[in-house]
Design a protein around this ligand. Sequence first.
Ligand code: ZN
Length: 388
Amino acid sequence: MNANLTFFPVDNGDMTLVRLADSVTTTILIDVNIRVAADDPEDTTRDVAADLRARLPRDEKGRPYVDAFLLSHPDKDHCTGFEKHFHLGPLADYADDKKPDAQKRIVIREIWSSPIVFRRACKTHPLCSDAQAFNKEAKRRVQRFRDCSVGDADRILILGEDENGKTDDLTAILVRTGDTFQQVNGCHNSYFSAQLLAPRPQQSEEDEAVLSKNHSSTILNMKIASSLAHLDSCRFLTAGDAEVAIWERLWTRYKDTPDVLAYDVLQAPHHCSWHTLSNDSWSQLKEKVKVSADARSALAQARTGALIIASCKPIKDDDADPPCIRAQREYKSILTGVGGLFFCTGETPNTWAPEPLEIEITAAGAKKKAARTSAAAAVAAVAAPRAG
Ligand SMILES: [Zn+2]
């Protein structure tokens, strides 16, 4: 199977699945936003839990699993449904083997978590119950590592150093900010590497306040191979809800080596919010807003034919933010120079019944797969010749 990315339609929230081109189809899930309405068969909201399960492998016991789960930051729209749909605790306690496949909780083989991002989030708001459940599970796995008793589905990778040397004894499972790693679920993977660009380790008190208010998130630039002959087929830059001050700092750090920020697919940070690109308020200043040149430069390293995906509600010409029409315009202007395309998950293939947006990765690069809309399916059904 080709490597691919799936962006699930979850309104203003993120839920993105990366599947690699290796023989076992390694899977990395970034965030989850499975709302109550999506689980309600009586509701028309897209059943993204079913969409996710349909794309996951099963282990030898028939349990669905992901090889890695990354939580970009612990906001509700990035972890809703975590407790309900994922198995937490030791694998020996898995209780769903007798349930129908659709009700089996998903096993997470390795968690990717950033303690500094959690600390910054706690400074601005209380954690929701799904975030608390994630945090508890991450701590359980760190304890397993410290106890030298890591089994299946106990692994954790720590992204970024924690404060006051709290991760100093975890170097074997720690990725320092700026470093590149190439392992998934404890194994080297030739089809994947990722550079950790954020969070930055703890800063001065003043800087910490700014980073906390800017939705500090884990930022990874993944390099995804289409085959062993084409290791750099797709760079996928994923950044949670990171806002303008974080992008300004990234540009200051990498402006002399901008290839670090280069991408073929960018998930527009914070659901296409204007606050990613500017310090001004769109609803207050409208067309008088000014773009931050540094933040824009950090987000403008698009390679030829790049795609920018906004994971959000349909984008309207109004005061809303996110998603913000002015941000969409800026991203489209970035793409003009490279012949790229912009997509919104809430509008694909249409606004009334959005479907998962699939990006296929081949030696020729990253391309959106044509969606088979219900309208197109209906036309095809009518046009199909009848047997006999
Ligand atoms: Zn968000």
